[in-house]
Design a protein around this ligand. Structure first.
Ligand code: UDP
Length: 240
């Protein structure tokens, strides 16, 4: 019996933190390989996968702004460059197991990757290639979560799948409150009203305005990425 897959085209957001896992270095190759294998298992079924990678495992603009005269915009450009490093690492891992993958950057680095061209990205997806979007939105003062929401809307993907190191969205901080409950579904306005730490406000608002559901799930549990991509119940579902 073939399971009816819910999503045809997804936007997977992988944060830098998730790429690092518990590894002492910035990237855990076991995690990039796990992502590659799970993505491979679903692209074989015909689901189109685009990925936005974060850069927080290497550099976060906001934490460095002000140090030694570093202004926020310059710090954020360094952060965006960090996402390119992660993207190239992930691409190499994907290609090592035979997944055709293209990296597109939000600002030009043509010796390294393609520039972001929406129609070209869509064409790659239609041909079964995985597209990794790097350098966030290309603008300082934004985050890669916002880039995920933006690219998702632009390429007409159906959902943002946010891979994190936690099981989903809780009604309280589980690190401080032993009674914190994992929520199965949450409405957008609850996320903003209760200030649930899921994604930044700009990102969640962009999802809400464009009716893009968000699934928050734990990347460290084997099988979860593939489950999320094919639309099986995993983590927390955010919608209207
Ligand atoms: N960044 C930016 N504009 C963007 C996306 C990212 O300036 O559109 C910078 C920002 O400095 C951010 C860093 O890149 O701190 C890394 O991205 P992010 O913190 O979103 O990565 P994640 O938390 O997902 O690892």
């Amino acid at each position: 019996l073939i399971k009816p897959y819910r999503w045809q085209r997804v936007l997977l957001k992988v944060s830098g933190e998730a790429l690092a896992g518990d590894h002492t270095e910035n990237i855990d190759p076991k995690i990039t390989m796990a992502i590659a294998r799970e993505v491979a298992s679903v692209t074989k079924l015909g689901v189109e996968v685009a990925i936005v990678v974060g850069g927080g495992n290497i550099f976060r603009g906001a934490s460095w702004a002000g140090c030694s005269g570093l202004d926020r915009s310059s710090a954020d450009y360094i952060g965006m460059l960090a996402t390119v490093m992660n993207a190239i690492f992930l691409q190499a891992t994907m290609e090592s197991i035979g997944i055709p993958t293209r990296v597109q950057t939000a600002f030009r680095m043509s010796e390294v990757a393609e520039p972001y061209i929406r129609r070209r990205a869509v064409r790659h997806l239609e041909k079964g290639r995985v597209v990794i979007f790097a350098a966030g939105t290309g603008n300082p003062f934004f985050t890669t979560d916002t880039a995920a929401a933006l690219r998702c809307a632009e390429i007409n993907a159906e959902v943002v799948l946010k891979a994190t190191n936690v099981d989903g969205v809780y009604d309280a901080d589980p690190r401080h409150n032993p009674n914190a409950r994992l929520l199965e579904t949450v409405r957008y306005h609850e996320v903003t009203r209760r200030d649930l730490s899921v994604m930044d406000m700009t990102a969640i608002t962009l999802c809400q305005e464009n009716n893009i559901p968000v699934v928050v799930f734990n990347l460290q549990k084997p099988g979860n990425i593939a489950k999320a991509i094919v639309g099986e119940k995993v983590g927390t579902f955010i919608g209207c």
